[in-house]
Design a protein around this ligand. Structure first.
Ligand SMILES: NCCCC[C@H](NC(=O)[C@@H](N)CCCCN)C(=O)O
Length: 467
């Protein structure tokens, strides 16, 4: 048998270059998904929408995914590969983002109803691309990093997405110059940029496939093909069911919260949407103004996870304890939402945000590598797409539900709120998220129990098999 020849992925420099290129796609799509949170106040005054309609616009990214579009993405990925799937969903995301941007410029009509309809249609198309791109980029990361620094690569890949969320949330008001449309157009152009880089990546993908195929002909290991019966196997795997439900409960309490956090900070703690003129301020006054700005403070949550997710990821790799860390993350989530809803102390509010940030780094760092311990590698594409699909049911409900609940519990004061005479009371909408935290703890304990019964090895370091 001939010796297996070295391939492109055996070069660390090329591997990491590939990771940066494909991660820019995550940066752009996460930015577009989350940047509107910093614009909520502006959207309400400029487009004349209420909180419930804002919730609908945000929620529309999940609608097509709720009825199985991510599964279609997963199947296209498994059947036709990274290149076809990447190009198809890159076009879908870019088209969706462009329609949203054109709608905000009034291209389809400048009455609020038409604008909203086309913004939702655009975001729905974009949402199909967003989730499938996340699966495709994850699959591509596995393709290049399996057998090398996979956990770190996945953490860095998610970190690019978090940068997108952080910067999009924090700077969209300034990027738009106080208007919605330019901020949307900028966000859409980032997706186009990420897509162009992805097209450049295809050169590496084609070269690697040629080398791997040549090795296969010379005696390398053939890959096992995906079968549709794998879906049934997933649906009957207890560990997979618990981790999927945990994914819904946990992320429903985090991603939707981030969409409303700037508005919560403005309404509850008197933070600002727009930074005051910093030029004549001392350094301390500048820091004070930044820590009193809703979008900037919210942007610090995903920014913090960029540092902590790889740290927690390497703890999970070296020490294990993934299920226990998910339990801890769920407790932190409850503390965060209780302190941000029931109390009026700004200090406790900051502590709540820090606690949410730690949970947001901890749970993904423990959850995503655990899926690979529960599910066989040839089913990972399907596993991630199924998890994202079910996750979107929760996200769709809470993205819209928080806004709708906000309008409902404040229904007596809506006119005064619009006139700027009163502020929204966020207590009940945020308290609802505590329920997600309680469900998360229950599911994390069930996962721990299933791990003991089925010996997935979730509590063991990476590479150590359970006996
Ligand atoms: N290796 C898998 C990484 C998944 C990271 C995870 N992403 C999601 O849950 C997606 N459904 C994308 C959602 C994007 C919303 N801003 C994450 O923690 O981001």
């Amino acid at each position: 048998m001939d010796a297996i020849k070295k391939t492109l992925k055996d070069s660390a420099a090329i591997r990491w270059l590939v990771l940066v290129i494909i991660s820019m796609f995550m940066f752009g799509t996460y930015w577009f998904q989350d940047f509107m949170s910093g614009l909520k106040g502006l959207m309400m005054s400029e487009l004349g929408i209420n909180s419930s309609q804002f919730g609908l616009i945000i929620s529309s990214t999940t609608w097509a995914n709720m009825v199985g579009m991510i599964m279609v993405g997963g199947i296209i990925l498994d059947k036709w590969g990274i290149r076809v799937a990447g190009v198809v969903f890159g076009i879908v995301a870019s088209l969706g983002a462009s329609i949203t941007a054109m709608a905000t410029y009034g291209v389809f009509g400048d009455d609020p109803g038409t604008m909203m309809k086309f913004m939702m249609a655009g975001r729905m198309l974009f949402g199909i691309g967003l989730e499938s791109i996340c699966v495709i980029v994850t699959r591509t990361t596995v393709k290049w990093f399996k057998g090398y620094e996979l956990a770190l690569a996945m953490a860095i890949n998610v970190a690019f997405g978090r940068f997108g969320t952080a910067f999009g949330t924090a700077f969209s008001v300034e990027i738009g110059g106080g208007h919605v449309a330019p901020a949307v157009a900028f966000a859409a152009s980032l997706i186009g940029f990420g897509f162009i880089l992805f097209l450049a990546y295809l050169i590496f993908d084609i070269r690697l496939d040629k080398q791997v195929n040549a090795n296969k002909k010379e005696g390398g290991e053939p890959e096992e093909d995906f079968k549709f019966s794998d879906l049934v196997k997933l649906a009957t795997n207890k560990g997979f069911i618990y981790i999927t439900l945990l994914c819904v409960a946990f992320y429903s309490a985090v991603f939707p919260f981030i969409q409303y956090a700037p508005d919560l900070l403005v309404n509850k703690f008197g933070f600002t949407y727009q930074l005051p003129d910093l030029s004549s301020m001392t350094l301390f006054e500048k820091i004070g103004a930044i820590f009193h700005n809703g979008p900037k403070v919210t942007g610090l949550i995903p920014l913090g996870t960029i540092l902590f997710t790889p740290i927690f990821g390497s703890i999970v790799d070296k020490k294990g304890k993934a299920a226990s860390l998910m339990i801890l993350g769920a407790f932190l989530l409850i503390f965060a939402h209780v302190s941000l809803s029931l109390f009026n102390s700004v200090t406790l509010g900051y502590l709540g945000l820090v606690s949410l940030g730690v949970a947001f780094a901890l749970v993904p760092a423990a959850m995503w590598p655990s899926v690979a311990k529960i599910v066989a590698e040839n089913r990972l594409g399907t596993a991630y797409s199924s998890m994202f699909t079910i996750q979107n049911w929760g996200l769709g409900l809470f993205f819209w539900g928080i806004g709708a609940l906000l309008d409902f519990v404040n229904r007596a004061d809506l006119a005064a709120i619009k006139a700027g005479e009163k502020m929204y009371d966020y207590t009940i909408p945020i308290l609802t998220l505590v329920i997600c935290g309680v469900i998360s703890i229950f599911l994390a304990f069930m996962l721990l129990r299933a791990d003991k019964q089925n010996k997935y090895g979730l509590e063991l370091p990476s590479g150590v098999e359970a006996k």
